[in-house]
Design a protein around this ligand. Sequence first.
Ligand code: NAD
Length: 251
Amino acid sequence: MRFNDKVVIVTGAASGIGRATAERFSAEGARVVLADIDAGALEEVAKGLPAERTLARTTDVSKQEDVEALVGAAVERFGRLDVIHNNAGILVEGTIADTSAADWHRAMATNVDGMFFGAKAALPHLRRSRGCIVNTASVSGLGGDVGMAAYNANKGAIVNLTRAMAIDHGREGVRVNAVAPSLTRTGMTTDIVSDAKTVDAFTDRIPMNRYGEPEDVAKVVLFLASDDAGFVNGAIVPVDGGLSAANGQPL
Ligand code: NAD
């Protein structure tokens, strides 16, 4: 029960990694504020959690006013804020040649602006609670993935935004870290993980020889958000079965 009495916001909580972290935070005693653009799916997740410790709020993280209202609602309902897991994201595929300006801006708006708005709105409350931020980056932010130019750029931005915030706010007692998952079985990757050949093409490069489960990522998010990680700040933690440790040779 590492999060007894803590108040935690999770964005993208209706599915995949965000759902797994929200459920885990709740299971460890937190009061959890679930945010997602998908109101129906969000309600379903919220129904499975204790009503007195759960708030679900439909939010589009690409809209600053929505994110400010989310943080305001969390503090109004539970009186404080200790953790924000900036996690909502979308996958926009394509090389630069076949990415339209509209798709580029859509990817930036959710994957980068959304995490900036979350951090900015949460910061005054995190200063008070000496709380922390955990961002969901990706191995795509550490090295490029093929045919995902905008997404690689988005996640690279999150990696360095995480470091910048860690440097700027460490003195205020606010820690900022990120997880960098590789292929994980979520709503975003249903097409990939349901095709055996594509799965093999991915997992052949992963020392642990499997893709990740949302729980694999959630456990690391909770560690980074906990007091056990009290001296961990500005870390980008791969949750990738060893993918980013390798030099690309066949395994
Ligand atoms: P997912 O599609 O299962 O979940 C993403 C959630 O974000 C969905 O519930 C979706 O409705 C929500 N969302 C999308 N746009 C939103 C918006 N504008 N405002 C609020 N909510 C919005 O996918 P996931 O894999 O769990 O994705 C979570 C995070 O993990 C993302 O940031 C993604 O980039 C990252 N990630 C995923 C993988 C993977 O292989 N699945 C790997 C590395 C990083």
